[in-house]
Design a protein. Structure first.
Length: 244
């Protein structure tokens, strides 16, 4: 799927050569930033170079054409995943400040580079163009407390860049669940059973958008609900994937 990920250096080199750099780096405050990050800080981001070709779980050996044990044993209802980074330092801190403290300056460079990566993957035919982007729904109380749904924020920025419609109302959470943060994969799946409801017939090609995929339980349940509602080509688009 991510094919060795030369995408970052080649994409950024092309952009830097065509657009004058400017602004401060969100990470180190360097004055030579592009899209909110200077090149040294951008190169420090943990690229998800080797991974499962379905769920993008980082692998310890050089391959992006194999399935992880979980996908072999329990094939997910989605087709593939586009997840360019691993959820590790310093990216985990950037996403945390964005997600929990509302400091969007840390997310802007990630989302901009993510949109460029997806544009390149679509242009090369590595992935199919979805009809609609569906952000992972957030519990209403949590959204009021946080002030925004980061998955919807990412989807709207990416959708504008790629010219793809975002439908934040296609799937709704119909009940509250325990926090997923401290639960195992099996506990997460049980916790999420029956939590999503698709409000209308789903388009054939759908990309689920989220910030981080941890065990994959949320996107499995969400993709299953979309498949039952008519979607057939389901992808997962996220900024980062936690290592196994």
């Amino acid at each position: 799927m991510i094919k060795g990920l030369n995408w970052l250096s080649t994409f950024m080199e092309r952009k830097v050569n065509s657009i004058k750099q400017g602004g401060l780096c969100a990470a180190c405050l360097s004055s030579s930033a592009f899209n909110g990050l200077c090149q040294p800080c951008r190169e420090d981001l943990p690229v998800n170079r080797w991974h499962c070709r379905c769920c993008a779980l980082p692998l310890a050996f050089p391959s992006s054409d194999l399935l992880c044990g979980d996908c072999l044993k329990f094939p997910p209802p989605f087709k593939t995943s586009c997840i360019p980074w691993r959820y590790q330092y310093p990216l985990d801190g950037m996403i945390g400040r964005y997600k929990y403290n509302g400091q969007r300056k840390f997310a802007r460079p990630l989302i901009a580079d993510f949109a460029g990566f997806l544009e390149q993957e679509l242009g090369s035919g590595t992935i199919t163009r979805p009809d609609v982007l569906v952000p992972a729904p957030m519990d209403s109380r949590r959204r009021r407390r946080r002030g925004f749904n980061q998955a919807q924020d990412i989807a709207e920025n990416v959708g504008r860049h790629l010219g793809i419609t975002v439908d934040a109302g296609l799937v709704q959470r119909v009940r509250r669940v325990r926090s997923q943060r401290e639960l195992s994969r099996d506990e997460r799946l049980a916790n999420l059973r029956g939590v999503f409801e698709v409000t209308s017939v789903a388009p054939e090609r759908v990309a689920i958008v989220d910030d981080v995929v941890t065990t994959g339980a949320t996107v499995r349940v969400l993709a299953g609900a979309l498949r039952e509602a008519g979607a057939r080509d389901i992808q997962v688009w996220a900024l980062a994937r936690t290592p196994g």
